[in-house]
Design a protein around this ligand. Sequence first.
Ligand code: PEP
Length: 249
Amino acid sequence: MARKKIVAGNWKMNMTPSQAVELVNTLKPLVVSDDVEVVYCVPAIDIVPVVEAVKGSNVTVGAENMYFEDKGAYTGEISAEMLVDAGVKYVIIGHSERRDYFKEDDALLNKKVKKALEAGLVPILCCGESLEQREMGVTLDWIRLQIKSDLQGVSASQVAGMVIAYEPIWAIGTGKTATTEQAQEVCKAIRDTIAEIYDASTADAVRIQYGGSVNAANANELFSQPDIDGGLVGGASLKADFGKIVNYK
Ligand code: PEP
């Protein structure tokens, strides 16, 4: 079965609730597509108004983070159940900014992935190498390690429904996009790793995005690669250009 492309915006720490609703309304006519699933991953405080604002459109809503515990004394955190109850479908887990600034490691991310799935959320699991790792020639080893660690104890059927985002850290927010060949090579390596850990049909079903300075000019070439099923888009998701990325063909 052909995988449906998925283009997700990662708004990061941008947009107040009222700005968020304005952006949703501006983008509404621009992101209409039958072929591409469209997701806005928004700051926690924007979730409720954005879920309301996208009603009746083809857009679904994601969170940018969550905690793995069910409830309790975890000041400042948000549970999977809270996200589901608010109407969230996707959750970004392991974005490189969280791995770096908030010291989230693979053991923690594995717990988050499992909790998200248990609650009925679809994780968008991020992985990616630093420039130093790429220059040392260890990119594929590193990505395989991240994927294997983050998916410990996750079943084949759960993985089949997930999204994995390959985001080279050196390409995020820098304006430096991986070449099409680099992006395809790593996305294929991720799919091969899933086939190795699970089986060919799971690898065939899982959707793998590329992220890192995706824009209206490079989306078509990137998303046309055999193992790239769409993109995780930061900066360009806050502009009208996002509509051109969704309608990349
Ligand atoms: C991201 O935040 O996931 C991202 C890819 O950002 P940008 O598109 O701005 O590089």
